[in-house]
Design a protein around this ligand. Structure first.
Ligand code: ADP
Ligand code: MG
Length: 232
């Protein structure tokens, strides 16, 4: 079953999620929906459950209770093999610190998901180069992550998340470690590409200026979605 092209059905939906880490209840009855092509900001204070919600929605963590449905499939019930295939092909992920592979050049970091998907080394590197170009970091292609600024690293990490043409990008405070100029460059790159390709984005942020890029905002309080509405 697929709902591709049907915008009346959410692409990704979480219902009544609960998740406990040890004795800490990270989520208690959180529900959220993401539509195809939508940019959704998730805000809330530190510890409110934002990252746990993202991990459940992206199929990285299984909730203790509740359901996660992606394009008609119950992610919370899928076997690990199918989940990792989905994460590789349909989802892209960016974290606060890009988590690039330090031993690989920027270009090879971006080429890696294509190699894993079966592309030839020549094709993968050519496509990776186009993505670096698009994000204004082509000149850093042969640099290793340790030689890049925070903003450059995050643009490389975005290129890596988008290079396979995912339907959803999950971004957990992607600008959290950046100054406002670098933050704006990263957001412009992310939102511009998502709009162009119809990629949906789930964007966790503390920053109202970053949340303003979104179509809609939800706010988490103590593991529950407190308010839903349109970003200011
Ligand atoms: N792996 C973990 N082990 C123990 N506690 C955790 C773990 N992950 C998150 N928590 C706790 O769960 C709560 C929610 O965390 P998190 O989802 O990371 O919130 P946020 O991203 O909003 O800061 C916090 O109290 C946090 O300390
Ligand atoms: Mg977090």
């Amino acid at each position: 079953m697929s709902n591709q092209g049907d915008t009346s059905v959410p692409l990704l939906a979480a219902r009544d999620l609960a998740k406990t880490h040890g004795r800490t209840r990270a989520l208690s009855g959180a529900s959220a929906e993401l539509r195809a092509g939508e940019i959704l900001a998730v805000t809330g204070t530190s510890g409110s459950g934002k990252s746990t919600l993202l991990h459940c929605l992206a199929g990285i963590v299984r909730p203790d209770e509740g359901t996660v449905t992606y394009a008609g499939e119950r992610l919370d019930e899928l076997p690990e093999k199918r989940l990792s295939e989905l994460r590789r092909t349909e989802f892209g992920v960016v974290f606060q610190f890009g988590q690039l592979i330090p031993e690989l050049t920027a270009l090879d970091n971006v080429a890696l998901p294509l190699l894993l998907a079966g592309a030839s080394r020549t094709d993968a590197r050519a496509t990776a180069g186009e993505w670096l170009e698009r994000f204004g970091v082509r000149g850093q292609g042969e640099s290793r992550p340790g030689e890049l600024s925070g903003g450059q690293s995050q643009r490389v990490a975005l290129a890596r998340a988008l290079v396979t043409g995912p339907r959803i990008v999950f971004a957990d405070e992607p600008t959290g470690a950046l100054d406002s100029l670098a933050s704006e460059q990263v957001m412009t790159a992310l939102v511009g590409t998502a709009r162009e390709s119809g990629t949906a984005v789930l964007l966790i942020t503390h920053d109202a200026q970053v949340a303003a890029y979104a179509d809609r905002e939800i706010r988490l309080t103590d593991g529950t979605v407190a308010t839903a509405g349109v970003a200011a």
